[in-house]
Design a protein around this ligand. Structure first.
Ligand code: TRP
Length: 353
């Protein structure tokens, strides 16, 4: 089951009765959000408007939020040894900077929670090889992979992701479109486990972000691997330089037309999201000012929106002892929960598994 969250500008509006959004607002205590990121690079504006913003919003509504640094999942398409330590620390700084509150949220990582990983084994027995091969997101990743050979983890990580979500009985997963097959896999695993053994797991719901896809400075999807992104932690000058070099088109008058003018519209959308305004109104205001005025507007809007987060990020970066302690505390909590769930799984399976 999937539902759409309002776009950021509409957050203040009432949620239509009966929708998932309305249920969350009425009973935030009934939901446990579970979500995470692969530590493969710095988080950027696409992450912020796509998911991070929504995590903080849910946290502030009173929903319990679990955030996973998916360090084992980062291994799916790597052929070489990469030390993840610095990337993981960067991710932690980004989480704290955007407002994830370690007093309320649990931040943890795969490799520190053995019982979570142990769930993968019984879960793998519940799915067929054919099902693993049919996952459209996995197929797409294989098609774009530069690996010499496809690893076993590439096919099985969606089941591992089911363990990420189910170990803590997460029932609400805010995701982008590409993650829906993984959520379906999670629901399948939960259902089959409950049917075969006994009722242990909820079937989590997806909360699909309605924020339109954010484009990078080259007019294609903003992505770490494409080198077209603006990192949350970048400084104001770097941001200005990246936006200055962004692609536009030959037409002077600025309009918002994502189909016909993707590059220009991507910049308009970025400014609009940062300003919490309607993109058509932003485009109209710039109008005949052309690409130069557009880029000025975008730069100012991005830098103004990110300034408080960047200041917080810099403060935390001076307190790395504290930042690491946040992860240690999150891992302790995650381990206690994972141990309890694994205990239930053992019992349901009827013996020492
Ligand atoms: N697959 C997600 C991504 O690539 C990361 C992730 C791992 C995740 N485990 C998760 C997301 C559990 C939501 C829930 O971004």
């Amino acid at each position: 089951m999937t539902t759409t969250t309002p776009t950021p500008a509409a957050f203040a509006d009432a949620a239509p009765a009966g929708t998932l959004e309305a249920r969350i607002r009425r009973h935030p205590e009934r939901f446990r959000v579970m979500t995470g990121d692969r530590p493969t690079g710095a988080l950027h504006l696409g992450h912020y408007f796509g998911t991070l913003h929504n995590r903080v919003r849910l946290q502030d509504l009173g929903v319990e939020v679990f955030v996973l640094v998916a360090d084992y999942q980062a291994l799916t398409d790597r052929d070489v040894v990469e030390r993840l330590g610095a990337t993981v620390e960067g991710l932690l700084l980004d989480y704290l900077a955007v407002g994830i509150d370690p007093e309320r949220a649990v931040i943890f990582n795969h490799s520190a929670v053995p019982a979570l990983n142990q769930l993968l084994l019984p879960f793998l027995s519940l799915v067929s090889v054919a099902e693993l091969g049919r996952n459209p997101t996995v197929k797409d990743e294989i098609a774009h992979s530069r690996q010499a050979a496809v690893s076993g983890l590439m096919y099985t990580y969606p089941v591992h992701q089911a363990a990420d979500i189910l170990f803590c009985k997460g029932n609400l997963v805010p995701v982008g479109q590409d993650q829906l097959p993984h959520l379906e896999m999670t629901r399948t695993v939960a259902r089959r486990f409950n049917e075969r053994y006994e009722q242990v797991f909820p079937e989590p719901e997806a909360l699909l972000s309605a924020t339109p896809l954010l484009l990078g400075t080259d007019g294609t999807k903003m992505s770490k691997s494409r080198g077209n992104s603006i990192a949350l932690g970048a400084d104001a000058d770097t941001t200005a330089r990246l936006i200055k070099g962004a692609r536009t088109d030959a037409e002077r008058h600025i309009t918002y037309d994502p189909e016909g003018r993707p590059a220009v519209s991507g910049l308009v959308l970025l400014a609009a999201l940062c300003l919490d305004r309607d993109p058509h109104a932003v485009a109209e205001e710039i109008g005949g000012g052309g690409a130069a005025a557009l880029k000025r507007t975008v730069t100012e809007a991005v830098n103004a929106r990110l300034a408080p987060m960047r200041a917080r990020r810099a403060e935390y970066a001076r307190e790395m002892g504290y930042v690491r302690a946040v992860l240690r505390a999150g891992n302790e909590r995650a381990n206690a929960i994972a141990d309890a769930t694994l205990g239930q799984v053992r019992e349901a399976m009827g013996g020492p598994v």
